[in-house]
Write a protein that binds this ligand. Structure first.
Ligand code: C5P
Length: 282
């Protein structure tokens, strides 16, 4: 038996930082959607636990043996052991199609896909709440990636409410192939623990009114992000463009996939070293 799960790119269409908690984590109010481009996590039973990586960005993964897919396996194994049944070993293949440390979920989406895949492979009976709590231990935006549906995400990411949004069909994702460290970007906001920051999302249907409060600190660390947003804003048919997560990936929304493809081709021609993808929102 072999199971395969798609780990779709997570796009923060809005990312309002509303404050910083006493434990150092930041409180946020975010609208998240998922795009048609994805990593692929494949899992099969094996003699011993292993991870093979393939795909265009496999070479950018950390070489220290840590990987969110293996962390997900260990966490679920520990949870199962506490209930008297350890998981048997598996071999993972991670097809890394999304740039690493790029603000589109990547490691979080992979961890969530591993959790979904392991539950299917072992036919585990685990409540949605338990799975969500395990997901949160793997990272603040793993719960939303577990669900993989358009959602409003609050708290530090653990409160996920699906939301029906009427969004433009096409999206272009652009990354300058420079990693942006999530902890460093958050730290550069310079908020004290207990300090409040920007306003929460006022209108969940008014995309123009949304912001990404991590844009300024991310641009300070990776100045190329300003050029990436600029390249999207100046396309003739862009409905809206913004940075996703802690960057450096930025997105532009377009009325149709065809419009998105035209814009992507123009950006890729001008910046052949950038990662540029036209796709649809799920
Ligand atoms: O939870 P995750 O591992 O994805 O987050 C990476 C880092 O980003 C955290 O260790 C923390 O420094 C920062 N972060 C934060 N507030 C959040 C999410 C992440 O400060 N809500």
């Amino acid at each position: 038996m072999l199971v395969s799960e798609q780990a779709h790119a997570k796009i923060n269409l809005a990312l309002h930082i509303t404050g910083r908690r006493a434990d150092g984590y930041h409180e946020l109010d975010s609208i998240v959607a998922f795009a048609g481009v994805a990593d692929v996590v494949t899992i099969a039973p094996a003699e011993s636990e292993s991870l093979n990586t393939t795909g265009p960005f496999a070479g950018d993964l950390p070489r220290d043996g840590t990987n969110s897919v293996l962390s997900a396996w260990r966490l679920l194994d520990g949870f199962s052991r506490q209930r008297g049944a350890a998981l048997t070993p598996v071999k993972f293949n991670l097809e890394k199609n999304l740039p690493v440390a790029s603000g589109v979920g990547g490691g979080s989406a992979d961890a969530a896909a591993a959790l979904r895949g392991l539950v299917r492979l072992f036919d585990l009976s685990i409540s949605g709440q338990d799975l969500n709590e395990l997901a949160l231990q793997l990272g603040a935006d793993v719960p939303v990636c577990l669900l993989q549906k358009s959602s409003r995400m609050t708290g530090i990411g653990e409160i996920v409410e699906p939301i029906a949004l009427e969004l433009p069909e096409g999206i272009v994702l652009v990354n300058p192939r420079i990693p942006a460290s999530t902890p460093k970007v958050f730290e550069s906001l310079n908020l004290q623990c207990g300090q409040s920051h920007g306003a929460a999302i006022g209108n969940v249907y008014d995309i123009e009114s949304w912001r990404n409060d991590l844009t300024a600190p991310a641009v300070a660390l990776v100045p190329e992000i300003a050029d990436v947003v600029g390249s999207l804003i100046f396309q003739p048919d862009t409905v809206c463009s913004r940075m996703s997560g802690s960057g450096a990936t930025c997105f532009g929304l377009f009325a149709s996939l065809e419009n998105a493809q035209i814009a992507a081709a123009a950006i890729a021609e001008k910046h052949p070293h950038w990662w540029v993808v036209a796709t649809t929102l799920l």
